[in-house]
Write a new protein. Structure first.
Length: 559
């Protein structure tokens, strides 16, 4: 019988069996190797949630992977209110996990490996190794002994794992052997622990080379790398597909971010971006867009008539220039081989309106980013982007000696350049004016037009996102107290009814509904799969864990 089917059919029995043993009882042989500082953990084959709950109780954020729906539902109930985020996924691909573009300080496979056929185990190990953070620990337990039910257990060995680890440059830390805790005489266990001492991809040195060392006749290389970094950090839901070697983006999305970066420089401040002062993408349509507000040219925006035609042409010009210039000239160090690859599709403006969404962006073509570079940009954006801005400002200053350095840096500020809560605030005030019982999502305090504040759930200072889903009604006191901190996992869980209720009452079944969903599906992990507010909330909690890991943001409101 398929293992997932077995664990679904026997979910109640398996849950009881797993919960009969404690986390410490099962894992005591390696617990001293648990990283001292809690981080982000991946529990593959999380089962009843016993181990995920124990790790969360120690301060870890846990992504719990379980392919058996019946068991996952019980595990989700068991870990409710904890920093545990459940995903239905399976080895060897772990496709949904890899969409998150995260690495993990701890990866645990407890009583899982023997379910994998020999033909899939090398790939499974490679996927797991690529998900480890530098210094991260991988723990795999091996079951030896016959099956006593319908499940099929494959023969496994420490030697095989050690060979895989050698191929992936993982350091073996420990091998331990124990009898079966359930007193099954023919069953015994081995636990193998590995550590990644270096990520081994060369991605960070390559990114640094492009930023600092690569020759630059224009700022285009910096512009393209920054566009990719911003999409990886803030718009991961726009990814079309991904495998071990490449992440494929809609070319139109790269072109949009490119325009967001260059419009302030050229159309508004006339800051030269090469010595000649002429640009293949900055044509009539580009300068026409200079009349738009920064907040107009965002994912989810709609345009009609002549303005739609202008936006379409500007995106098309940018896409063509991106492939002709920086994509061609950004090469791997010491070679002529391009780092990025792209292709355009034949596209023309048809109809009277456009919506800046994933489908529309895809009509321009595709843009391929090496997976290692993409993951690097996603995980280290808070380091990479300031380095890009610094180099960009220095290069631009060389061609604009008459312009103050502060003006150049201001023009390089991320779009959007400031908090924008107007739409959310107007909706909240309208609800208050209609005598609706609008409450603070964090404290449940009653909101009035005098104490209303609109809070960026994920702090603006650390993650510049003005999307509707990220704007929540709060009291001004709670908003000030929270400041630039992340809401804690328990507070998020406690506030779920208030947050989802606000989304439903404020945005859904309104003219903003389309923009609400387009923005959410572009910005949040697993966003393309979201089709209701509960799923959206789960994706939001995953993003909270990602931000906490990547930026070490202080938490607020621990319940």
């Amino acid at each position: 019988m398929n293992a997932s089917n077995f664990y679904t059919l026997k979910a109640e029995d398996c849950f009881a069996q797993y919960q009969a043993l404690s986390f410490e009882q099962v894992h005591r042989d390696w617990l001293d190797l648990l990283p001292g500082k809690a981080g982000l953990a991946l529990d593959v084959g999380a089962g009843s949630g016993r181990d995920a709950a124990a790790l969360a109780a120690r301060g870890w954020d846990v992504v719990a992977v379980e392919p058996a729906d019946g068991l996952m539902n019980l595990g989700r109930q068991h870990t409710q209110g904890l920093a545990v985020h459940w995903i239905n996924d399976t080895l060897p691909q772990l496709a949904q996990v890899r969409v998150l573009s995260q690495t993990y300080d701890l990866i645990l496979l407890s009583a899982v490996w023997m379910h994998l056929p020999e033909s899939t185990r090398e790939r499974a190990f490679r996927v797991l190794a690529n998900l480890l953070a530098p210094g991260g620990v991988l723990v795999i337990s091996l079951r030896h002994g016959p099956s006593t039910d319908e499940r099929v257990f494959h023969s496994v060995s420490v030697a095989e794992l050690e060979q895989f680890a050698k191929q992936q440059a993982l350091k073996p830390l420990r091998v331990s052997r124990t009898d079966d805790e359930l007193q099954r005489k023919q069953v015994n266990w081995e636990t193998v622990v590995f550590q990644l001492l270096d990520n081994g991809t060369g991605a960070l040195p390559t990114v640094r080379y492009i930023i600092v060392n690569d020759s630059k006749a224009a700022t285009y290389k910096l512009g393209l790398l920054r566009s990719v970094t911003l999409i990886a950090e803030t718009l991961p839901g726009l990814v079309l597909r991904r495998n071990d070697t490449e992440v494929v983006l809609p070319l139109g999305a790269v072109a949009l971010v490119w325009l967001q970066l260059y419009l302030p420089l050229l159309a508004r401040h006339n800051i030269r971006q090469n010595p000649q002062g002429s640009y293949g993408f900055a044509k009539a349509a580009f300068f026409e867009l200079g009349r738009l507000s920064t907040f107009d040219l965002q994912v989810g925006s709609r345009f009609e008539g002549p303005q739609a035609k202008c936006v379409h042409q500007a995106l098309k010009d940018a896409a063509n220039n991106i492939l002709k210039m920086p994509t061609h000239y950004i090469t791997w160090p010491g070679t002529n081989q391009p780092v990025f690859v792209g292709q355009t599709f034949r596209t023309r403006f048809i109809g009277q309106h456009i919506c800046l969404d994933k489908e529309y962006f895809s009509s321009f073509g595709e843009f391929s980013v090496p997976t290692a570079i993409w993951d690097c940009c996603s995980q280290y954006a808070c380091w990479i982007d300031p380095a890009l801005v610094n180099e960009w400002a220095l290069v631009s200053k060389g061609w604009n000696k008459e312009i103050a350095a502060s003006t150049i840096r201001d023009a390089l500020e991320l779009n959007p350049p400031k908090r924008s809560v107007t739409a959310a605030r107007n909706i909240a005030l309208e609800l208050i004016g209609s005598k609706a019982d609008l409450r603070c999502v964090w404290t449940a305090g009653k909101l009035t037009d005098t104490n209303l504040a609109i809070d960026h759930c994920f702090p603006w200072a650390r993650w510049r996102n003005n999307d509707l889903w990220n704007l929540l009604p709060a009291t001004d006191k709670a908003n000030s107290s929270k400041s630039d901190k992340l809401p804690s996992a328990p507070l998020m869980e406690k506030s779920k009814p208030s947050i989802t209720g606000w989304w439903q009452e404020g945005y859904l079944h309104s003219p903003l509904e389309e923009s609400f969903w387009v923005q959410a599906k572009a910005a949040l992990p697993l966003g393309e799969q979201v089709n209701d507010v509960s799923g959206l909330f789960d994706a939001m909690c995953l993003q909270r864990a990602v931000l906490r890991k990547n930026q070490r943001i202080e938490e607020w409101g621990k319940v």
